[in-house]
Design a protein. Structure first.
Lengths: 352, 310
């Protein structure tokens, strides 16, 4: 009898354990967290769309599905901060499901939000594209937005957004070349796709525009989230005389640690990374999604649920170069960089 | 290619490879002890994650890295007690319960991170400690003798574990329980007690592995381990359940990974082959596993809960 009970219990316990786990793993679904950045350091929402001067009367329910944590200091956090900045102005009710790195699970979450009466469902990752293409026709009254990507699949209720991250990459690459004495730069990416590749390519193009012979060979680790591999890649660059580092993906926190311990300049992208290395981050390319979101929300309130593609650029304020005031940048370097930003913004400088 | 063979690059490549191999080595050594007693633990990765978070949180709160490492190891010990309870006392199917432990570690570490920390902040990494005289040997000193104390500890544990398994009564009992628990039981060896001790010890090693991984990068992230715990389990098979073999597998995995990264950074591997090259450590390890591990057999009672007959 005792053995029989033991066997029964041995079957039940793992099942209970897995059930308990299911409740806690695979990301969290919560109301959007309050902004973790002081407003002074957060990018301003330079709106180009008409916006109401008072909060809109009706609540707009917005759901965000993102692949990494809301506080990743990168891709996801940039979107969360933008949504939060618009919450009062547009009377938004925001729900966030982060850490949705498993696309199949994310697809269920997206479907749930769409069926629960959310007005706008944002699938913040290019990996969610096929899910949006499949689900959007099933929920014609729900607006979907996804990116970074340039296609709405010709669906009337899908918006797409992308970032010309090569623009900020170009500026920061030029800055790195101006600061570098060894003329060797360390550039780390996750996988050679999307805006990570755009940024990396832009960075090296910018560096070579200053010094054609500079060494700027990107290393792609093969993972968006392998912190130790990114740290190791940074160490190999330092061993190879690199004296300025940059990288894209949420795993760059490991590489930033190497920049900090080696006391080398670091250039960030997607969100400000100053908190990780206050003395070493020179500048960060900020993804300011607020103007894009304002346009999307305005379209939805006007009855248009999709069919447009938005692009973040330095010119439209979607991309911003945020300098770290604690990093003493030489005045002549700053002047050259400002000229570059202005030229790219107004179109007088064409990027390769 | 000439750039690769410069002193600075070679030194950092080997030193980084050894550091990168350390979490694998610690976790795989612990798993070796458990598997020699007949218990397979697939929850290593989850335990590493929980231990990494505990290490991070204590380091963040106190700034004391030694205390943080102890917290990581202690977390491993606690998870070892849970694992032993499920696998040994309750005789659960070890593969399924291990996956349950893994999922628990993955989810709960992420939950704790979000609730207790929020925005990630960096902590100090373990500083390299030079071994007097040895660290001054040209080339070799920089490669091997300027590592963190957890690296030294991991490699010192290799002969210690080998000695315990092969030269002590406790080690003989572990192997007896792993090969033929009924025979060991008939000779008065408590199978449950031996397995409890090996599982707890193995999980404590997994805790140290999580601590060493965390203190290498100096920051926690959701799913920080990137399945390193599962690779550690594979390395036990690679090493044919022998500590020295496990060390060889861990070093191979770590060094191949770093050599690939270095070749990428020097342009030796073209960008077009970058993603393919990233799979090299896994491919080489699997190939080696096919050729080496087939010559050895696993402990006869591996994965089987023991029930006394009669």
């Amino acid at each position: 009898m005792h053995r029989h009970l033991d066997r029964k219990f041995s079957l039940i316990l793992p099942a209970v354990l897995v059930a308990l786990v299911a409740a806690s793993c695979g990301g969290s679904s919560t109301p959007a967290p309050a902004s973790s950045e002081p407003s002074a350091s957060a990018p301003a929402a330079a709106s180009s769309a008409p916006s109401p001067s008072a909060p809109a009367a009706t609540t707009l329910k917005v759901a965000l599905i993102a692949p990494s944590a809301v506080n990743d200091l990168a891709f996801t956090q940039s979107m969360v901060e933008a949504l939060n900045s618009l919450k009062t102005k547009f009377n938004l009710e925001i729900a966030v499901s982060d850490n949705q790195f498993v696309v199949a699970t994310a697809a269920n979450v997206i479907r749930n939000y769409a069926s629960q009466g959310y007005n706008l469902v944002i699938a913040h990752g290019s990996q969610y594209g096929s899910t949006i293409q499949q689900l959007a026709p099933q929920f014609p009254n729900v607006s979907f937005a996804w990116g970074t990507a340039g296609s709405t699949f010709n669906l009337p209720n899908v918006f797409a957004y992308q970032a010309n991250s090569n623009e900020g990459g170009y500026v920061q690459g030029a800055m790195a070349a101006l600061l570098s004495k060894s003329k060797v730069l360390g550039v780390i990416g996750p996988i050679a796709v999307g805006d990570a590749k755009l940024y990396v390519d832009g960075f090296c193009a910018g560096a070579k525009s200053v010094e054609a012979s500079i060494s700027c060979i990107p290393v792609y680790t093969g993972s968006f989230s392998d912190v130790s591999l990114m740290a190791t890649a940074a160490k190999t660059f330092v061993a190879n005389k690199a004296d300025a580092l940059t990288g894209s993906a949420q795993a760059v926190v490991g590489a930033i640690g190497v920049a900090r311990s080696s006391n080398l300049p670091w250039f960030g992208t997607q969100w400000t990374q100053v908190s990780l290395a206050p003395q070493n981050v020179v500048s960060s390319q900020i993804y300011n999604w607020a103007p894009t979101l304002e346009q999307i929300i305005t379209e939805i309130r006007g009855g248009k649920l999709g069919g447009a593609v938005y692009t973040l650029t330095l010119g439209n304020g979607g991309l911003q170069i945020q300098f770290n005031p604690d990093f003493k940048l030489a005045a002549d370097v700053k002047a050259k960089v400002d000229t570059l930003i202005k030229g790219i913004s107004d179109g007088t400088i064409k990027l390769p | 290619m000439n750039q690769f063979f410069t002193l600075d690059v070679l030194t950092v490549t080997v030193a980084s490879g050894i550091a990168l191999a350390t979490p694998f080595l610690l976790a795989a050594l612990g798993e070796t002890i458990g598997q020699r007693s007949g218990v397979i633990n697939l929850g290593v990765d989850g335990i590493m994650l929980l231990a990494a978070f505990a290490t991070y949180y204590i380091a963040l709160q106190t700034g004391n890295l030694l205390l943080a490492i102890l917290a990581g190891a202690g977390t491993g010990t606690i998870m070892g007690i849970i694992t032993a309870l499920v696998s040994v006392t309750l005789k659960a199917e070890q593969g399924i319960s291990g996956i349950g432990i893994y999922l628990f570690g993955l989810g709960f570490s992420a939950l704790l991170f979000q609730k207790l920390v929020g925005t990630p902040l960096p902590i100090a990494t373990l500083p390299p400690v030079g071994i007097p005289l040895l660290d001054e040997i040209p080339v070799v000193g920089g490669m091997f003798f300027k590592q963190s104390m957890l690296v030294y500890l991991a490699f010192l544990l290799v002969p210690v574990v080998a000695f315990v398994l092969n030269r002590t009564t406790y080690g003989l009992k572990i192997k007896a329980v792993g090969e033929n628990p009924a025979a060991a039981d008939s000779l008065g060896v408590s199978v449950a007690r031996i397995r409890w001790s090996t599982v707890i010890l193995g999980c404590t090693f997994a805790g140290l592995a999580g601590a060493s991984l965390l203190l290498y990068g100096g920051i926690f992230q959701v799913n920080l381990t990137q399945s390193e715990g599962f690779i550690a389990v594979a390395l036990v098979y690679f090493g044919a359940w022998r500590p020295v073999g496990v060390m060889g597998g861990s070093l191979l995995y770590g060094l191949v990974g770093v050599v690939i990264l270095t070749w990428k950074s020097l342009g030796i591997i073209p960008l077009s082959a970058s993603d393919l090259a990233a799979t090299a450590p896994a491919v080489i390890t699997v190939l080696a596993l096919l050729f080496i591990a087939r010559r050895f057999r696993q402990p006869a009672a591996l994965g089987r809960p023991y029930e006394r007959e009669g």
